[in-house]
Design a protein around this ligand. Structure first.
Ligand code: AMP
Length: 395
């Protein structure tokens, strides 16, 4: 795997695909700069080598050129984070971009305008990719968040740098973390899958059964498994058409010697609201009119024991409706168990959408080994897919 360390960037122009698709408020201020911070080590290494950086990214989902999606809004934030002046060019290809790249001196940074102002980016257009490729000497992909897309700047462009392409530090870290869980992690390996629906996690569950020793299933998915085994789930969320599949997963897990852990008790609510009346009941004895919105105290204890035994831990998906404070206890308790196991030497990876939000909201991001920056890219990796952005560098 070629990374930045395989190159010396002295007097070279690095063309870096970053993921600066950051949230902006109504005043066009960056409200979460995690993604810019994540790209900093790569950019600094290149500058310190004596090279220059040409940064390319998308922002949002513009249909064509739309001022509200212009990357010029983030120039000041990027400058503040990097501590270096950032030049900006109002198109990512064409004469202006070529001139700006030619003018760039060692130690300088140039940010190109939003790649998605050109439809060719998402279409993976080869001519467009070739035009972009003319701007730099070495192509660096550090955009894990878009690695699952075969777009011009994430994948197609790599063919124009047969010998001069590599992963940035962020990408390398993401790939390494996934490998630790899926291939090289110390046993026992535990995956915790929560979230709303079995249907959105089914490919991950199937793929992961070959890699783990323990699997905790929580969140809304629980009830499809419980009902399929004859339990009473009241009005809890359930996918009846996935009950066969749930039974099949339990059978497969047994055959593969994977221990599945489901909640044994839940916090049941009489409405889907933070102010609902609640009671703790067994997971398979939920009265009609009540729905399980969080796991209960016995489940929290059981999950704690499993987490503490594990040496490699993957967490995707909350254990309850954590957006409502009264149903966040299970998710918070799990976060703190994982933090404790990590402190004792376990490797822990948190990835994919809502669990990342939960980890940040409850302050665990610095207490786990790694928090992935890519939602969809992470989920596809866990499904066992080779991401086009990664394959393009490896090939
Ligand atoms: P996902 O995007 O599949 O990871 O699902 C995350 C969502 O699952 C969050 O918005 C949670 O509120 C929701 N969720 C977790 N547990 C439950 C539950 N017991 N009932 C309904 N929704 C749930």
């Amino acid at each position: 795997m070629k990374t930045l360390n395989d190159f010396n960037f002295k007097n070279k122009k690095a063309l870096i695909r970053v993921d600066f698709n950051v949230p902006l408020n109504e005043k066009f201020e960056v409200t979460d700069s995690t993604r810019i911070l994540s790209a900093k080590p790569t950019i600094i290494k290149i500058l310190e080598d004596g090279g220059s950086c040409i940064l390319m990214s998308h922002l949002g989902r513009p249909k064509s050129v739309q001022e509200e999606f212009s990357l010029h809004h983030i120039v000041n934030t990027v400058e503040d984070i990097l501590g270096v002046e950032v030049k900006f060019v109002s198109d990512c290809v064409g004469e202006k971009a070529i001139q700006a790249s030619c003018d760039l001196q060692a130690g300088e940074i140039l940010l190109l305008e939003n790649l998605r102002f050109h439809q060719e980016e998402k279409e993976g257009n080869k001519d467009f990719a070739e035009q972009l490729s003319k701007l730099g000497d070495i192509y660096v992909n550090d955009a894990f968040g878009t690695a699952h897309r075969a777009h011009a700047s994430t994948t197609i462009i790599a063919q124009f740098f047969p010998e001069h392409k590599c992963f940035g530090y962020l990408m390398a870290k993401e790939i390494e973390s996934i490998q630790k869980v899926m291939k090289t992690g110390e046993k026992p390996v535990l995956a915790i899958l929560g979230g709303a629906k079995v249907s959105s996690k089914i490919t991950i569950i199937k793929n992961i059964l070959d890699k783990v020793d323990h699997l905790i299933i929580g969140g809304g998915m629980t009830f499809t498994f419980v009902k399929a085994q004859g339990g009473k789930i009241g009005d809890s969320i359930c996918e009846d058409d996935k009950m066969e599949l749930a039974l099949d997963i339990l059978k497969q897990a047994k055959a593969k010697n994977v221990q599945i852990h489901l909640p044994v008790d839940v916090v049941a609510a009489n409405t889907f609201s933070n102010d609902a009346q609640t009671q703790i009941v067994d997971v398979d004895k939920i009265p009609d009119g009540w729905q399980g919105l969080d796991c209960g105290p016995k489940s929290i204890e059981n999950f704690h024991d499993v987490v503490m035994q594990s040496k490699t831990i993957l967490w995707n998906g909350p254990l309850g409706v954590f957006e409502m404070p009264n149903f966040a206890k299970g998710t918070i308790a799990l976060g703190s168990s994982i933090a404790e196991a990590t402190k004792k030497g376990a490797f822990s990876l948190v990835g994919g959408g809502d669990s990342v939000a939960a980890v940040k909201q409850f302050g665990f991001q610095d207490k786990v080994s790694y928090v992935s920056t890519g939602g969809g890219a992470m989920l596809e990796s866990l499904e066992g897919k080779t991401l086009p952005g990664i394959a393009a560098i490896l090939n």
